[in-house]
Design a protein around this ligand. Structure first.
Ligand code: MN
Length: 284
């Protein structure tokens, strides 16, 4: 860290809310809840997974999306994905699916265990007004394309999107400037990272405790970073592992109806009318 860097403070610590979504998937939600409705540009963040198939296998049957991106990162098992045009993908442990719904995708997401175990994250990122009705786009980012890095001793990073040193992760947000990485910090080692103050940033701590900008955090918690331009994370006794996400806030009005996220209620009504009339774009 340079002498001029200001360490970001821990602004909020969010405890996941346990809930059931889709056709009966048990999940832990940190963004898109009463405690944290919207963390501009992040609309929703879910952690799901279990060793009991009845807690995930009913999945998320066909549903529409408009006006946002969904990023699915699978840690164990897989998620079988299919859209209404018949496009199919298996998102297997280690893979990321980055779906820019734009003007519309209708899809299903069905988790499957391997040896009954499945675990995944899904992050929803809002799109700016100028891109809400853009053509849908999929980035299928297979495990092998995501670089493993050791930016400092005792620190392991899987760089999904964003930059560390001269390396850029394979994922690209439609609105640019999105950062997403899976970081492990060994006991008593430290991960220092520059994160300019104009970015909204959070860490979702899912394994092992650590000191996050000076605050001891136990899993599973979501840490929202406040003002400043760098973060510093020190691993606890059993290492700490977290997803780090950052993005530029859009500062636009949000009109939200489940998986449809627009700027005005009129635009939501328009989408609902298209769904009723069966003219919703279906990804075309
Ligand atoms: Mn979906």
């Amino acid at each position: 860290m340079s002498g001029q860097s200001a360490l970001r403070k821990v602004e909020k610590v969010i405890e996941p809310v346990r809930m059931t979504d889709g056709a009966g998937v048990k999940l832990r939600r940190c963004i898109g809840t009463q405690a944290l409705d919207y963390l501009d540009p992040f609309l929703q963040f879910d952690h799901f997974g279990s060793h009991s198939p009845e807690e995930y296998q009913r999945g998320f049957p066909m549903h529409p999306h408009r006006g946002l991106e969904t990023i699915t990162y699978v840690l164990a098992g897989k998620v079988k994905h299919k859209d209404s045009l018949g496009k199919k993908e298996e998102i297997i442990a280690g893979d990321v699916q980055w779906m820019t719904a734009g003007r519309g995708v209708v899809h299903e997401e069905m988790p499957q265990g391997i040896g009954n175990h499945m675990e995944a994250f899904q992050l929803w990122v809002n799109l700016p007004a100028s891109l809400k009705m853009s053509p849908p786009r999929y980035q299928e980012i297979k495990d092998a394309r995501i670089p493993w890095m050791n930016p400092m001793k005792g620190v392991t990073v899987r760089l999904i999107a964003g930059q560390i040193g001269g390396v850029t992760g394979p994922g690209v947000g439609a609105a640019g400037s999105l950062l997403l990485m899976d970081v492990t910090v060994d006991c008593d080692h430290v991960f220092d990272y520059s994160l300019s103050s104009d970015l909204t940033a959070f860490a979702y701590v899912f394994k092992g405790s650590g000191e996050y900008c000076g605050t001891l955090i136990e899993p599973a918690r979501l840490v929202v970073f406040g003002e400043g331009d760098c973060i510093s994370i020190k691993g606890g006794l059993h290492r700490t592992r977290f997803l780090l996400a950052a993005g530029k806030p859009l500062k636009e009005p949000v009109a939200r109806f489940g998986p449809l996220v627009m700027n005005s209620n009129a635009e939501i009504e328009q989408a609902l009318r298209e769904i009723r009339n069966q003219t919703f774009p279906n990804g075309r």
